[in-house]
Design a protein around this ligand. Structure first.
Ligand code: PLP
Length: 415
């Protein structure tokens, strides 16, 4: 596959090869994962045709096991911001694999990791970093840091917020709370209060931190009302609580600015997803004031992991940051996102467009049915929002105008 501009459907979606893979998958994968996928397929009326099985990807295109080519309007959950299989990122990963695939994190670090620490802090205006392998890892590191830095344990988070499903972030999500959190409620800390997203703030208790996505992703690709985030910062400062920006989805250029929180400087900042260009790596960054509190711990490194700051992930992340800069992808997200939002808003049946840059929610009726029909036309989209009230569009920042225009034309047929 070389990266066709437009989807090229060679068979019905999906064909027999994909089907055979799905049957093998269902035999061995834990139902925690398979059951949800199967439920979604039934819900969208595509039990025989969903999922497609990915085999190869390049740029914004994905090819399934049957040879169908799709345009990925999700960037693989927001990961492929620089495009799938970007040559510079792949080359960096391959070179690092051939040289040093693993080091010893907090005991014996490697050079790529040190380079990435310098690069990430310079790019974000933060001072210190804790690496992780997933978004959940980064949020967990931020929550622990807030505890250590303030001596307090309560967290304020928001309805619709999604921060990952490992135990610490799970306790703080406000998205699909009943489905994600309730089954584990008695294993989770009761230290989180939820406030309405974009609404009035409660009197800020002695919170350790306020955990917020500057632009919400899974909760519906939505920005808070103008001035709300600034008010939140001011209230948190006044109450002595830290502010954690979860930019795992929105960060690194997606919203048309390098960080979705723009000029607002949080105490702690989480990035992940797009950072590794497909390699699982994340980071919790912080100000010295917040992070240096860890210095008080004695003996063991009290927050560490085997794969923390893996050299291949660091090499690929350095390449991703280069590509974002070299290819002007932040500005591209702003201009292409504005064009895309405008074109989508003109599709009959679309009620509203939310979000910013190339992080857009398309609000319409029957988003589940539209998701299926878009897939049949070669466009991979996911619903978003608590009631699946919108399509969430987060294509690679490199997606061509022809691909975006093709998606708009397909949507016209699907709504
Ligand atoms: C804003 C946000 N935070 C955290 C996470 C969790 O990341 P991960 O799934 O890598 O643990 C996600 C994942 O979708 C996310 O969108």
């Amino acid at each position: 596959m070389t990266g066709d501009d437009l989807p090229l459907l060679r068979t019905a979606v999906p064909g027999p090869v994909s089907r055979a893979w799905v049957d093998r998958l269902a035999r061995h994968e834990c139902p925690a994962i398979t059951a949800r996928r199967a439920r979604r397929a039934v819900a969208i009326g595509a039990a025989d045709t969903d999922p497609i099985v990915w085999d190869e990807a390049v740029g914004a295109n994905v090819q399934d096991a049957d040879g169908n080519v799709f345009v990925d309007l999700c960037s693989g959950f927001g990961v492929a911001s620089v495009g799938h299989r970007h040559p510079a990122v792949v080359a960096a990963g391959q070179a690092q694999l051939a040289r040093l695939p693993h080091a010893m994190g907090d005991a014996f670090p490697d050079v790529r990791r040190i380079e990435l620490l310098e690069r990430l802090t310079a790019a974000t205006g933060m001072d210190r970093v804790i690496f992780g392998s997933s978004g959940s890892d980064a949020v967990e590191a931020a929550l622990k840091t807030a505890r250590v830095a303030t001596g307090r344990g309560r967290i304020l988070a928001f309805t619709g917020g999604y921060h990952g499903l490992a135990a610490a972030p799970l306790a703080a999500i406000g998205y699909h709370v009943r489905a994600f959190r309730d089954p584990f409620a008695d294993m989770l800390g009761q230290h989180v209060d939820l406030a309405p997203w974009g609404g009035d703030l409660p009197a800020l208790q002695p919170y350790a931190a306020v955990l917020v996505e500057p632009v919400q992703g899974r909760g519906g690709m939505r920005e808070p009302p103008a001035g709300w985030l600034e008010g939140l910062h001011a209230a948190a400062r006044a109450a002595g609580a830290l502010v954690i920006h979860d930019e795992i989805y929105a960060g690194l250029g997606r919203t048309g600015t390098f960080l979705a929180g723009r000029a607002l400087r949080p105490d702690l900042l989480c990035v992940g997803k797009a950072l590794g260009g497909g390699f699982p790596i994340s980071a919790c960054l912080g100000t010295s004031a917040a992070m240096d509190a860890w210095g008080a711990s004695t003996g063991e490194a009290i927050h560490t992991q085997t794969f923390l700051g893996n050299p291949v992930g660091c090499a690929m992340a350095l390449a991703v940051l280069d590509v974002i800069e070299r290819e002007g992808l932040v500005a591209r997200a702003a201009t292409e996102g504005a064009w895309f939002a405008d074109a989508l808003a003109g599709v009959p049946g679309v009620r509203a467009i939310t979000g910013r840059g190339l992080m857009l929610g398309v609000h319409l009726d029957d988003s589940l049915g539209v998701t299926r029909r878009m897939l049949e036309r070669g466009y991979i989209v996911l619903p978003c929002g608590e009631r699946a009230e919108a399509l969430g569009l987060t294509p690679p920042l490199t997606t061509s105008r022809a691909q975006l225009a093709g998606a708009v034309a397909a949507l016209k047929e699907c709504v």
